[in-house]
Design a protein around this ligand. Structure first.
Ligand code: PRX
Length: 670
């Protein structure tokens, strides 16, 4: 029996409309990796018909192996193993491999720091492949010197600086498993992730820069290491060492014996570090992401399959060429930053640009200035950012020469056709193909996407599946629905970059992803396919919200709210938001005797920021006498969603909504 029975089709029919088709231009297709739709279809059909042959060939062509695999795939649903018996190393594939080629002296990472509010340009750094290789080897030796061994978990809590990539690659070099925590997450979130992964080390910085302020990362780590659970046990007791990168933006506390400076440690080690020969299935990283229940889940990715997915998708989806300067604006704390800032571009020998700072600081032309300065040719960003740029006005991009751009990408949330057209016309000068890429933390890499030069695009559609990916839209029984009918998006076949499970909880892995639709991976997204087979993602159909491209579990925000002593109960739902896609609305009942004062709203928002991070702050908090419940006691989320969408909040919080009355009314209607 399905857990998600909301009729997705109702939403979908309402968005059916005539759409414009943008065919690839001849000029682009001529030089593209995939030159036509029929070329794509031919390869796609092969990949589906004989997946093992297809992936075996790709793994051989794209990756360097210490030892070849014996078998391409072992599939014991829901557990897949790819390239069994094969041995490789991710850092070798991203670095060493290029050292004997002309790529060695090309920029691997170009980093641009945030400029000063005075308008003074920000810091900049370029690391060639050879330099990056050296830095990674040095730091891998620092990890070893500080007790890290193959299989140990390492938390990386850094700003958007090259050292984030260096730390990730250094872990991969020695077979340590990294877990990057977004720098905007709170001390509590850091502690929860340390506890769940039983990590031995945290790599952090004294601070990060954002809008002229210093984000106190090390202070958050200190707080995280002191946090206790309800029984009074330290959450982070497994941490033995903290390595701190000096940014000189903040005075910090150094605890003798536990905390060491990155720059000092480097002095003690040499630059030679042989790469570990790792099994293809060796865990590469854990990345925590929100689900519909409980705390975030540790999504586990492994070495060979993940890297092949990241490398191939970067190459084909962005039509990556050696001359490209590629800029994915995501933070390394998200999966997009893993696959498309670090692993994918570097495995392809491209130049990956990293920027630390906000898109509108000191002025709203930050992105366009950077594109002009470095002749960026591929830009990959989120629809929320595009909508913000639209709001700030065309005068900002118009001030800059954007003619170096040749491919534009979007990710993280559905893009509305208006934003797509604006991106195409104002940023892409009507000449750049747009790739609207659908995927998830769990999928490791892009799954549904146009291939520039091959796929005609339709604004708002992620179009067609990538090689080897077999998506389908199904009803509650798991049967395919007719074209132009809404349903659940599932993936029918395993693919190399798929998650290998949930860290420490394979039962939950089975339940969340493999029990909703029998025999298929359940994405949690609603979708329809149009008459041409194009996929149109509608958004999440589970209790996960997508706020500004960030995935937020309603349950997580609810439990953060009820952890405040003034709150009795909380229910969080989404409502459409012009800029962020979705906004968070929290319905809160207070404990007896606690007055619903207007200032309590801000207090609770800050409480959520402290518990999870500012990204999860509710946009609206609405106090209620009681929450609407079904007769069996379940919160009526659908009703709350309707209220959140339909009724404007009055400024005065003292007028409490009696939602239980509404609930009774709706029960009578049923
Ligand atoms: O709902 C889909 C939405 O983002 C979810 C995955 O979120 P996360 O794991 O944080 O990864 C984000 C970056 C890959 C999906 O279940 N989503 C992602 N890309 C798109 C999208 N929705 C519509 N169109 C997209 N292109």
């Amino acid at each position: 029996m399905s857990k998600y029975n909301e009729p997705v089709s109702a939403n979908i029919t309402s968005v059916l409309r005539e759409v414009r088709v943008f065919p690839p231009t001849k000029d682009f297709s001529k030089h593209a990796h995939i030159k036509s739709l029929s070329h794509y279809r031919k390869l796609y059909n092969e990949s589906i018909k004989s997946p093992e042959k297809f992936w075996g060939q790709q793994a051989k062509n794209e990756l360097v192996w210490f030892k070849p695999w014996k078998k391409v795939l072992q599939w014991k649903e829901p557990f897949a193993k790819w390239f069994i018996g094969g041995q490789l190393n991710v850092s070798v594939n991203c670095l060493d491999k290029h050292l004997e080629t002309p790529v060695a002296n090309r920029a691997a990472i170009i980093w641009e720091g945030e400029p000063a509010a005075s308008g003074k340009p920000g810091e900049e750094r370029t690391l060639t492949y050879r330099q990056l290789h050296r830095e990674v080897c040095l730091f891998a030796n620092v990890l070893k010197r500080n007790g890290i061994k193959k299989g140990d978990r390492v938390i990386i809590y850094l700003p958007m600086v090259p050292e984030a990539a260096i730390a990730m690659l250094a872990c991969s070099r020695i077979g340590a498993v990294h877990s990057v925590v977004f720098g905007g997450y709170s001390a509590q979130s850091v502690a929860d992730r340390i506890f769940d992964s039983q990590a031995k080390m945290v790599i952090t910085a004294d601070g990060g820069f954002r809008r002229g302020a210093c984000v106190q990362l090390k202070k958050n780590v200190d707080d995280a290491l002191a946090l206790k659970d309800a029984q009074g046990n330290l959450l982070a007791k497994t941490i033995e060492k903290v390595i701190v990168l000096r940014r000189a933006c903040n005075d910090i506390h150094i605890q003798e014996g536990r905390d060491v400076w990155w720059h000092r440690e480097i002095e003690y080690v040499d630059a030679e570090c042989p790469a570990a020969k790792l099994d293809s299935e060796h865990p590469l990283f854990i990345l925590y992401t929100s689900g519909s229940t409980g705390k975030p889940k540790g999504i586990l990715h492994s070495t060979g399959g993940y890297l092949l997915g990241a490398k191939m998708t970067t190459k084909y989806v962005f039509d990556l060429q050696e001359t490209d300067v590629y800029w994915c604006t995501a933070d390394v704390g998200w999966v997009t930053g893993h696959s498309y800032v670090v692993y994918g571009p570097l495995a392809n020998g491209a130049t990956s640009l990293m920027y630390e700072g906000a898109p509108n600081f000191p002025e709203p032309d930050r992105f366009w200035r950077i594109i002009e300065k470095y002749s960026v040719s591929v830009l990959y960003t989120a629809p929320t950012a595009i909508r913000a740029f639209m709001k700030w006005g065309v005068e900002w991009p118009k001030k800059h020469d954007l003619s170096s751009l040749r491919v534009l990408g979007t990710v993280g949330e559905p893009i509305n056709p208006e934003a797509w057209i604006w991106y195409h016309e104002v940023i892409g000068g009507k000449r750049c193909p747009i790739v609207d890429t659908w995927w998830q933390t769990e999928t490791g890499g892009i799954m549904i996407t146009p291939l520039p030069g091959a796929t005609p695009t339709k604004p708002g559609s992620a179009t067609l599946p990538f090689f080897g990916v077999l998506p389908e839209v199904v009803d509650n029984n798991g049967d395919p629905v007719p074209r132009n009918t809404g349903g659940k998006l599932v993936i029918r076949k395993p693919w190399p970059g798929m998650l290998r499970g949930i860290w420490g909880d394979q039962q939950r892995y089975k339940e969340v992803y493999w029990s909703e639709v029998k025999g298929s991976y359940f994405t949690g997204d609603g979708c329809r396919q149009d008459k041409d087979g194009y996929f149109w993602i509608v958004g999440r159909i589970d209790d996960v919200l997508n706020v500004a491209g960030h995935r937020i579990g309603t349950a997580e925000v609810e439990s953060a709210l009820v952890s405040n002593q003034k709150v009795a109960e909380a229910a969080v739902v989404g409502r459409p938001d012009e800029l962020k896609g979705q906004a968070l609305v929290a319905f809160v009942t207070l404990k007896t005797g606690v007055p619903a004062l207007p200032e309590l709203r801000e207090e609770l928002r800050n409480h959520v920021a402290k518990e999870i991070g500012p990204v999860a702050k509710p946009d609206d908090i609405r106090f209620a006498e009681a929450l609407p419940k079904t007769r069996s006691g379940k919160i009526m989320r659908r009703l709350l969603k309707q209220i959140a969408c339909g009724i404007e909040i009055k400024g005065d919080t003292t007028t409490l909504e009696d939602l239980s009355v509404l609930a009774r009314l709706s029960q009578n209607e049923e």
